[in-house]
Design a protein around this ligand. Structure first.
Ligand SMILES: NC(=O)c1ccc[n+]([C@@H]2O[C@H](COP(=O)([O-])OP(=O)(O)OC[C@H]3O[C@@H](n4cnc5c(N)ncnc54)[C@H](OP(=O)(O)O)[C@@H]3O)[C@@H](O)[C@H]2O)c1
Length: 290
């Protein structure tokens, strides 16, 4: 089986490495910015110059790209892969995108006789590295079964949520809650500290308790050290809250808290936090709230 993997950022580079480890010699990689494929080429991958070239002999093509716009450009742009994938090939999109976009891409593939799964992931940089991701899959059981062994090289669990678009649906709900939860904890820390409560005590009391979501505990080391090197860049959390808000608009659902959270992350991104981990929103708020 020939595999193409497109998008070698924080997540994609680590996911591709796990596939290459299991299938040396069968993987072609591509990234918009050159240089990011070097380690993977040393591990046995071939590097393509364009998405179109990467797709040429692929049975399965995987994408792990930042935004719906990035996915659309890579699939359908001037050097896009969709018109060079062979009929019957399978495109698996693990990028976090909205369900409407996913369904539109599925229509584009179906028109060309190509199969499609949306398969976004939960778990961050370390989970990607250690093959501990959780796939949230939308699409047919048969298509999922065709790539299940590949997914198993990257994950600890695979959840088949439903038809095309349902993986993306669950993912936007997941990240919306993660973004709000981190903000709730950040504001609690800031108020607690301003009242003179020791920060260590705030961590010790709240992390692991019933009030605060476990994701805050996972970010404890970053919050304590002030080293916000990105596992999950803040700009993509703002994007994910935007995708949730847009999806809610399409459904006529009100999301007052998520929309406020989205704007806070946007301000943080604008003030220099975009490429830091999303937990740096605490630092942004602390510097601007007190
Ligand atoms: N990091 C996490 O913890 C995490 C967890 C779950 C899901 N996700 C989702 O996974 C996706 C990737 O996240 P990441 O953390 O790996 O982000 P990242 O490190 O910023 O990587 C983004 C990737 O998208 C590519 N890209 C951006 N714009 C592009 C365009 N116009 N055309 C082609 N390629 C483009 C980048 O290429 P360049 O190298 O050229 O910039 C890079 O390969 C996002 O949808 C994110 O929301 C992330």
């Amino acid at each position: 089986m020939k595999i193409a993997f497109l998008g070698l950022g924080i997540m994609g580079s680590r996911m591709a490495a796990n596939i290459i480890h299991a299938h040396p010699g069968d993987v072609t990689v591509w990234n918009r910015t050159s240089g990011k494929a070097d380690d993977l080429v040393s591990a046995g991958a071939r590097e393509a110059k364009t998405p179109k070239e990467a797709a040429q002999d692929a049975d399965v093509l995987w994408t792990m790209l930042s935004t719906p716009e990035a996915v659309e450009e890579t699939a359908l742009g001037t050097h896009g892969f969709l018109d060079s994938l062979k009929k019957g090939a399978l495109w698996v999109d693990s990028s976090t995108v909205d369900p409407s976009f996913t369904r539109r891409m599925a229509e584009e593939t179906a028109r060309r006789g190509i199969r499609f799964l949306d398969a976004p992931v939960t778990g961050s940089k370390e989970a990607a590295q250690k093959a501990q991701l959780v796939f949230l899959v939308g699409g047919s059981e048969a298509d999922l079964n065709a790539v299940r062994p590949l997914m198993e090289h990257m994950s600890r669990a695979i959840t088949h949520v439903g038809d095309v678009g349902m993986g993306s649906s669950l993912k936007v709900v997941n990240n919306m809650m993660a973004g709000i939860a981190l903000l709730a904890f950040s504001e609690g820390l800031i108020l607690g500290e301003s009242l003179g409560i020791d920060r260590q005590r705030l961590f010790d009391i709240f992390i692991g308790g019933p009030i605060i979501a476990p994701i805050a505990g996972m970010k404890r080391a970053k919050l304590e050290s002030g080293n916000f090197e990105a596992d999950f860049p803040l700009q993509w959390m703002q994007k994910d809250l935007h995708l949730a808000a847009q999806t809610a608009y399409e459904k006529g659902v009100a999301l007052p808290v998520a929309n406020t959270a989205k704007e806070i992350y946007l301000l943080a991104a604008r003030y220099g936090f975009a490429e830091l981990d999303f937990s740096s929103v605490y630092d942004f708020l602390r510097k601007n709230s007190v």
